[in-house]
Write a protein that binds this ligand. Structure first.
Ligand code: ADP
Ligand code: MG
Length: 371
């Protein structure tokens, strides 16, 4: 986390009304439907900040990240990076810009060639994206290994000779090799043990300060996101329902979905744990191919049911409206959300672990395209 606030900084990334649909990805047979995995998302990522992106599995976090990087270009809307509109940039020019935007995936074992040595893994981006001489490249590899706390004794190791945490450090070093400005971290610590998670988070924090990096940090674990983020965006069914400074979003959530999500996070203090109110979202996440009308949360919303199920929620999509503190929420009745409430609901803490297998295949394919 950066110590300076985002207030005095310029946006590095502007995501404007981005929608990403997958044709015929939902339903079966002739009733195939498009899935809008990301639906009209607008947000900014400020230079030097960490924007955390949270939401349950399937809420569209990875799709949004891929749209930002133009790995899967948006169906509509625009993404700007600095002064460039990426959605109007040629593939060739995008390729040249890739050194400025790098990506770290959840599973380091899938994103590196299992037969390569660490040295080879780190030399590759330097050969592709820099004009450094051979000896300068070799020196840079050693420097990178030092930066991520591994050191040159790892030069000739291969992936299977390393732990998940060590290999994730290599993946981070590879991302940093070409001196990016933005690093998108898609669940970078979700597959690691808690103690290793903390070390990798501390490393990312240090690197951000040393290298003035901007992070988009994705996780389904709210505690992890809290630890790293300056601001946090919460997604539900392809939409950003709340966004704001981390301290505000965690202490005074404005959206009923965020309230419910926070309630799923375990609180270490047993007294608080026992006394807090339990808030449960009814039912399961709806089919993304057939999302609810109006507010997408309305079918499950505890606040709506307390208010006597107002029709407005089912008929009109609430706009994301901001307080002067830059705390946005998309709920018709957000002022009714009691910010002091500490609530408890269903948790799906490690549900994303199950998706590692499926994501691994896609990550392998993307990494090949990327480097
Ligand atoms: P998250 O990263 O939050 O778990 P994803 O962005 O991976 O969510 O997925 C959001 C939705 O989009 C899911 O319903 C998922 O099934 C769908 N989806 C993602 N990628 C594709 C794809 N390549 N083709 C079809 N549907 C996809
Ligand atoms: Mg994902």
């Amino acid at each position: 986390m950066n110590t300076t606030t985002s207030g005095d900084r310029e946006p590095l990334v502007r995501v404007a009304n981005v929608t990403k649909s997958f044709r015929g990805a939902g339903g079966v047979g002739r009733r195939r439907k498009d899935v809008s995995a990301v639906d009209d998302v607008t947000l900014e990522i400020y230079e030097g900040e960490t924007l955390g992106l949270v939401g349950e599995s399937g809420s569209g976090k990875s799709t949004l990240a891929r749209a930002v990087l133009m790995l899967q270009p948006p169906t509509s809307g625009s993404v700007s990076f600095g002064t460039k509109d990426l959605t109007k940039t040629t593939k060739r020019a995008l390729r040249r810009m890739r050194s400025e935007m790098q990506l770290v995936f959840q599973d380091p074992f899938s994103s590196v060639n299992p037969r390569s040595t660490v040295e080879r893994i780190l030399l590759e981006p330097l050969e592709l994206h820099t004009s450094l001489t051979r000896s300068a490249r070799e020196a840079r590899v050693v420097e990178l290994l030092d930066q991520v706390g591994l050191g040159s004794k790892f030069l000739h190791r291969r992936p299977h000779e390393m732990s998940g945490g060590q290999l994730q450090r290599v993946a981070i070093a590879r991302a940093l090799a070409v001196q990016p400005r933005l690093v998108v971290l898609d669940e970078p610590v979700s597959a690691l043990d808690v103690s290793v998670q903390e070390q990798v988070i501390a490393l990312l924090d240090r690197l951000q300060n040393e290298l003035d990096l901007t992070y988009l940090f994705i996780a389904h674990d709210l505690a992890v996101v809290h630890a790293v983020s300056d601001r946090v965006a919460v997604m539900y069914l392809g939409q950003v329902v709340e966004i704001g400074p981390a301290s505000l979003l965690y202490s005074q959530p404005r959206h009923p979905y965020t309230v419910a999500l926070l309630s799923a996070a375990p609180i270490p203090d047993p007294l608080v744990e026992r006394s807090r109110e339990r808030i449960v979202l009814a039912g399961d996440i709806p089919d993304p191919a057939d999302p609810p009308t109006g507010c997408r949360l309305h079918t499950r919303c505890w606040l709506r049911s307390r208010l006597g199920n107002p029709e407005l929620c089912a008929s009109h999509r609430p706009a994301l409206t901001y307080t002067p503190d830059g705390h946005g929420a998309a709920c018709h009745f957000q002022d009714e959300t009691d910010g002091d409430r500490v609530a408890v609901g269903p948790t799906e803490a490690n549900a994303d672990q199950e998706t590692i297998g499926a994501e691994r295949i896609q990550e392998e394919a993307e990494m090949k395209e990327w480097t």
